[in-house]
Design a protein. Structure first.
Length: 219
């Protein structure tokens, strides 16, 4: 089980409500927010409250791989599809069949791959590299990014049609500096978590002065 969504701010309350209402739908979702705000936590909570719980939850970071490698990771490949492809390999869409595929940092995906991803979302089919056979996929795609995708669209960096295909439901997570009331619940959660990991040891709670400094931090 992934971590719960912690917070009492209006932003977090709305996110919790939205997760409860949409987790059963299987609609494509895009989660927006700065690095470190907890986009994967939201995706995990959607998965845990969905009918797909118990099926695969697969994550891929689109910013961590070059275009060619990302394509083979997403769609898989046949033996001999390229130099070094000595055996057949399943891609993330096959591995996530029946479950959830989290496309993290989708704003860093190339336009070429965006077009191929759009085809999969529209048709539910894809072909591994080097294969003449199409495969059907039943995968709930959740995308996450720290980019302003609308600005990327205006600059020609992101496909508008893919944006609207992904953006059936949008979840915006505000940075912690805009919701300082969530800092104390987060402190209490992590104190309990680490105390449990350390065998029940008592960890001293930060003083009020320290908490106030944390609330003024830029995060």
């Amino acid at each position: 089980m992934g971590p719960p969504i912690i917070g009492v701010s209006e932003n977090i309350r709305r996110i919790k409500d939205l997760v409860e209402h949409v987790a059963h739908t299987g609609f494509n979702i895009v989660i927006l927010g700065e690095s470190g705000v907890g986009k994967e936590v939201i995706a995990q909570n959607l998965y845990q409250k969905s009918p797909r719980l118990g099926k695969p939850f697969v994550k891929i970071n689109c910013a961590a791989l070059p275009e060619g490698l990302l394509e083979s990771e997403l769609f898989g490949y046949e033996r001999g599809a390229f130099t070094g492809a000595e055996q057949k390999r399943r891609g993330k869409f096959q591995l996530a069949h029946g479950g959830v595929l989290l496309l993290d940092e989708i704003g860093d995906m190339s336009l070429v791959l965006q077009a191929k991803l759009l085809h999969v979302l529209q048709s539910g089919e894809f072909a591994p590299l080097g294969s003449e056979k199409d495969f059907k996929t039943d995968t709930w795609v959740i995308a996450a990014t720290n980019h302003d995708l609308k600005q990327d669209i205006s600059e020609g960096k992101f496909r508008e049609d893919l944006y609207y295909r992904l953006n059936i439901i949008k979840i915006q997570i505000n940075p912690l500096r805009e919701r300082p009331e969530d800092i104390e619940p987060l402190i209490d959660y992590y104190l309990e978590e680490y105390a449990s990991q350390l065998g029940g040891v008592n960890i001293v709670r930060p003083t009020r002065a320290v908490i106030e400094k944390l609330k003024g931090y830029h995060w």
